[in-house]
Design a protein around this ligand. Structure first.
Ligand code: GLN
Ligand code: ZN
Length: 756
């Protein structure tokens, strides 16, 4: 059996690509220097893969910003507003990725969206009527040659035409059907070029096949591939899928005249069943995704070998593959100096996954697999008891009954009680929680981490910042105040650090988008709250003002979704444990006089299954009650807020309402307020604060502009239910734009309020 991976991380083990690219953005690196540092990284990555003994080494999995954008650029899918800038190819590419403001013009970036069910974001290609699709780029060819010159044969990877078209936005009159012919000609030219270079394999990624497919989708797919595969070349074609199974098209796909199909046997719950039911094609190779490309736990060789054995009943030609690109896992365990070996032996990052592939190959091909040393070592890891269960947490969870997931009295009654309790004016104003994390805040935190500051000195500084922040909000005239979140590095890591059951890494970055990495904590064991987390700062903030201060927490679903989860228990169970811990914090805040508590869930939508048919049964039916568990124990007069962002909500509005918060704020300004209509149509009961301005931009919104947004909202939402707030936290902004923006927000709200 041979081995393969779908793609390798590109950022660099020390985030070299990030630093080089950002330096280039700041004008501190020339284009030539940037290209050189990228080539250096690719060389290291290819060499590492080759040294591991990997058989199919990908190329063109490198990107300066995003793979889908690369594919779009390759085929000249460049909307006119970017080509009109008249910039170099690389600059045009970055203009699409990040927007451009300069001598050549002023354009916004392409929209960014979540890549399937990952925390990676891709740029949404756009086709306007001027786009003329044709092969214009050479990146995959250049990278293939680059590797070849290093003595490394690679398999170029590009996004396939079906997925590309499915994820593209058509902004004018043209539709998929109008461009498909040109696109296929472009792919064909591209394939011919690879063929004449002597490339032996191409990997066409078609992850869009894992969605629910209609007959129309299927026909479209086959139309594309039948036309693409008419010419016989020496180049072998692998159609690679991941993030799920392809139950709607499997039976027909195995008939297609291609050389190999890549299936995901981990997230693809029905992949094995499909194989058992329909068999496989004798003229094709099966790239079997059995090594997890998304999570960081060591592979269980015994289980994997059994799975491969089962698979090999249906086909002999198998290549052992990862379930998806290794883009979604960190580089290497080698640089984790603080993590004890006892922990580390349970993990495999990208480099270690290469080792796993080579181990599996060696074990399977040996005459006596179960005596193979690598096999035995692996068995030992899984034999030992990894964690001691937290009996206290488990028994608390066992005692939960339906009552614990229901807050009483019902919403309408609480709303009355709270209107009486708080006596807020109409259209109350507030913020989402964080205030600008200025340099002094970061310096203070870094000094404390390095041990240069005592805990008291560190906390006192934060309290000074809180006092400043409270005074600022009082001056501006906001109705509900916040403490500013100066103590938090990150809304998930901060809570993880205060809970038992998490592990932290030093260098385990994964790309979130472009050059930005995140470092998710690892859920290692059962989770519990060791001590109060936010109480001291919230109570301090409340003690220095007569106005109401909101307590600010991160919700269990977001904490789970932005961590590397356990694989030995279901997500549901980990999230319930986290919910229980956060519930204790909620009750503690309430007992200490905090009357409004916000529980943020920006990542609620993230693990929503890719197939709509699974949405409720597999996710929402537990995620929504888990959120309710956090707040169901508070008094009727305590007001629970929540906040969501980064995604579309229009299709899960009843579920958001079922979270049963009293107030919800969310991102709306960038989606042109389309959500308001959806809220109205659904008869949304929860009070709402649709963001009135975009905090992702340094622009200061004018009073008129905010008034216009509010008036539009009031056309569809009852005035008693409307709150006024920005669309997300302010931590990435500067005070110089934040203060005037909030002043305008308050003035606009007062102005409209006076006329109601
Ligand atoms: N309360 C958090 C903040 O204001 C919410 C952040 C988020 O939604 N991502 O920063
Ligand atoms: Zn947000």
């Amino acid at each position: 059996m041979k081995t393969s991976i779908i793609g390798y991380p590109r950022l660099g083990a020390q985030r070299e690509l990030k630093f080089a690219t950002e330096k280039y953005f700041r004008g501190k690196l020339t284009e030539g220097e940037l290209l050189q540092s990228a080539a250096n990284l690719r060389k290291i990555h290819w060499q590492t893969q080759k040294d591991s003994g990997l058989d199919f080494i990908p190329s063109n999995d490198f990107s300066f910003y995003d793979l889908l954008l690369d594919t779009a650029a390759l085929f000249n899918i460049i909307p006119q507003q970017y080509s009109d800038l008249g910039l170099s190819d690389l600059e045009t590419y970055f203009a699409m990725a990040r927007g451009y403001q300069g001598k050549a013009g002023d354009v916004k970036a392409l929209a960014m969206k979540k890549w399937f069910n990952t925390n990676y974001h891709y740029l949404v290609p756009e086709i306007d009527d001027n786009v003329e699709i044709k092969l214009v780029g050479t990146k995959p060819l250049d990278e293939y040659k680059e590797a070849k010159n290093l003595g490394i044969e690679t398999k170029p990877v590009v996004i396939g035409p079906y997925t590309l078209l499915k994820l593209t936005r058509f902004t004018e009159n043209k539709k998929s059907a109008d461009v498909v012919k040109d696109l296929l000609t472009a792919y064909q030219t591209f394939i011919d070029k690879l063929d004449s270079l002597g490339v032996s394999w191409i990997q066409l990624d078609e992850p869009a096949l894992i969605f629910d497919l209609t007959d129309e989708d299927k026909n479209f797919f086959f139309e594309i591939y039948k036309s693409l595969l008419t010419k016989k070349t020496n180049l072998k074609v692998l159609i690679q899928t991941y993030f799920g199974d392809i139950r709607d098209i499997y039976k027909e796909l195995i008939e297609l005249p291609i050389d190999a199909i890549g299936l995901d046997f981990l997230e693809g719950k029905k992949s094995l069943e499909l194989l058992q039911k329909y068999g496989f094609a004798s003229d094709k190779i099966l790239f079997a995704g059995v090594i997890n490309g998304k999570n960081i736990w060591k592979n269980n060789y015994k289980n994997t070998i059994e799975l491969l054995k089962e698979i090999s009943k249906y086909t002999e030609d198998i290549v052992i593959n990862t379930s998806c690109s290794l883009l979604h896992v960190p580089y290497t365990l080698k640089n984790e100096k603080h993590l004890d070996a006892e922990y580390k032996k349970h993990f495999a990052f990208a480099e270690e996954k290469l080792e796993e592939l080579s181990d599996l190959k060696a074990i399977i091909s040996s005459s006596d697999p179960i005596s193979h040393i690598k096999y035995k070592e692996n068995i030992d890891i899984f034999k030992s008891v990894r964690i001691t269960p937290n009996v206290d947490v488990q028994s608390k969870l066992k005692k939960l009954t339906d009552k614990d997931f229901t807050r009483l009295p019902v919403f309408a009654e609480r709303e009355k009680i709270q209107k009486e309790e708080f006596k807020f004016p109409l259209l109350p104003t507030t913020t989402i929680g964080s205030f600008p994390q200025t340099d002094d805040v970061r310096i203070n935190r870094a000094a404390f981490r390095k041990g240069e500051l005592t805990e008291t000195a560190y906390k006192n500084f934060n309290k000074e910042k809180i006092a400043e922040c409270i005074a600022l909000q009082e001056n501006i005239g906001l109705d509900v105040l916040v403490h500013g979140e100066f103590e938090r590095n990150d809304m998930v890591e901060y809570f993880g650090e205060c809970l038992d059951g998490f592990l932290f890494t030093e260098k385990a970055w994964v790309i979130s988008y472009g050059t930005r990495g995140v470092k998710p904590p690892i859920i290692w064991g059962d989770i519990s709250r060791l001590k109060p987390i936010t109480v001291e700062y919230s109570v301090y903030a409340q003690s220095i003002t007569k106005q109401t201060v909101k307590g600010m927490l991160t919700g269990p679903i977001t904490i789970l979704n932005w961590s590397f989860p356990r694989e030995d228990i279901p997500f549901k169970e980990s999230s319930l444990q986290i919910a229980f811990a956060i519930r204790e914090e909620v009750l503690d805040l309430e007992a200490n006089g905090i009357r409004i508590i916000q529980i943020d869930e920006p990542a609620l939508r993230e693990k929503l299954p890719l197939r709509k048919t699974d949405w409720h049964s597999e996710y929402l039916d537990w995620a929504v009650p888990t959120f309710r568990l956090v707040h169901s124990g508070v008094k009727p007069k305590t007001q629970i807020h929540t906040h969501m962002c980064y995604s579309e909500f229009n299709d899960i509005i009843p579920d958001i309402d079922a979270m049963d918060a009293d107030v919800i704020s969310f991102e709306a300004s960038r989606s042109d307020l389309t959500i308001i209509g959806a809220l109205q149509a659904a008869g949304f009961k929860t009070e709402v604060g649709p963001g009135v301005y975009d905090i992702h931009s340094p622009r200061v919104p004018s009073i008129t502009e905010i008034k216009t947004a509010l008036s539009k909202m009031l056309e569809k939402l009852p005035k008693e239910k409307l709150w006024v707030n920005p669309d997300c936290g302010l931590k990435t902004r500067d005070n110089k734009e934040t203060i005037p923006s909030l002043e305008n927000l308050v003035k606009a709200a007062k102005n409209i309020r006076d006329n109601l």
